[in-house]
Design a protein around this ligand. Structure first.
Ligand SMILES: NC(=O)c1ccc[n+]([C@@H]2O[C@H](COP(=O)([O-])OP(=O)(O)OC[C@H]3O[C@@H](n4cnc5c(N)ncnc54)[C@H](OP(=O)(O)O)[C@@H]3O)[C@@H](O)[C@H]2O)c1
Length: 289
């Protein structure tokens, strides 16, 4: 099967490597062309200079784009392409997803939502969890791709918007939990308690898995980039907006989003989102305490 990969950031690059290893024939496109060229050279695959060129040569287009705006921009570059399936792996609002789906339908393209739970490393290993919404016959066309990238594929619904909403619900929980953990660490430390002791206690409780998973990532001086802090702030914003569309207010998400936004203004946006702990530690010293 031939697929175009649109967007070669952390997730798109990881997916590309996995799909090439799994025997897919890929063509790469990225807004900053040099990223596509470097990866294509490394893997010996083709680069497209435009979205139209990429999608003109394939059965399916796989999008790994930052946000709603990027998704809409890229979708608007797709010409009439009857029979093409557009599988969107990006985390976007349900509202944008529905809009793009309708826009593409008018161009003969079948849109499916395939947001990913798990970062670049798990995607690279084919162990992601993927949530799926979209018409069954279109999902069927990309089933092989999904199975190559994920150990679990959840068929959520045929209705566009539901997988996107579920992904935001998941990220709301994840990103607020990480912020909350970071705040608790700073609180314990402010009373002279070694943060390792805090984690030792957590590991004896229902928080065991979180402690084991996040202690090193949060406490390390320099954590490798897996998920940009600016995208974490974006996801809380999107969760809030998605809730707003249903008349709901997400109080915890709103506060956590403010925290991540402030960290972005202090230069943490392109760092791993676990750096929220380092930001909070520094924030304490900014306050002169
Ligand atoms: N990283 C994770 O752990 C993770 C996990 C699950 C889901 N996600 C979601 O997956 C998506 C991709 O994440 P990522 O970590 O790969 O992000 P990333 O490394 O920042 O890559 C973002 C990609 O979007 C492109 N892009 C941004 N704005 C654009 C625009 N206006 N027009 C066209 N292309 C644009 C970038 O192109 P340039 O290279 O030209 O900037 C790049 O290819 C996001 O929705 C994210 O929330 C991420």
């Amino acid at each position: 099967m031939r697929v175009a990969i649109l967007g070669l950031g952390l997730m798109g690059s990881a997916a590309t490597r996995r799909l090439v290893e799994s025997g897919f024939n890929v063509i790469l496109w990225n807004r900053s062309l040099e990223k596509a060229e470097a990866l294509a050279k490394d893997l010996g695959v083709e680069v497209a200079k435009s979205v139209a060129e990429a999608v003109g040569k394939v059965d399916a287009a796989l999008a790994f784009l930052a946000d709603d705006e990027a998704l809409m921009t890229v979708a608007s570059m797709i010409p009439r392409a009857d029979g093409l399936v557009f599988s969107n792996f990006s985390t976007v609002t349900p509202r944008a997803s529905v809009q793009v789906s309708e826009f593409l339908k008018a161009r003969g393209v079948c849109y499916v939502e395939t947001p990913v739970v798990g970062g670049p490393q798990v995607l690279r290993e084919g162990k992601a969890v993927i949530l799926v919404s979209g018409p069954i016959h279109c999902v069927r066309s990309v089933r092989g791709v999904l199975n190559a990238l994920a150990s679990e594929v959840f068929d959520v619904s045929e209705d566009i918007g539901k997988a996107a909403a579920l992904k935001l619900a998941y990220n709301n929980l994840l990103i607020t939990t990480v912020a909350s953990l970071a705040e608790s660490m700073v609180l314990a430390e402010s009373y002279g308690v070694n943060v390792k002791m805090f984690f030792d206690i957590l590991s004896k409780t229902m928080f065991k898995d979180i402690a084991e998973r996040y202690y090193n990532r949060l406490a390390a001086e320099d954590a490798p980039l897996g998920f940009k802090l600016a995208l974490a702030a974006k996801d809380l914003d999107y969760a809030r907006r998605a809730a707003g569309d249903k008349g709901l207010t997400l109080f915890i998400a709103s506060n956590a989003e403010q925290l991540y936004r402030i960290a972005c203004t202090m230069g943490y946006g392109d760092k791993d989102y676990s750096r929220i702990y380092m930001f909070l530690k520094k924030a304490r010293s900014y306050a002169g305490i």
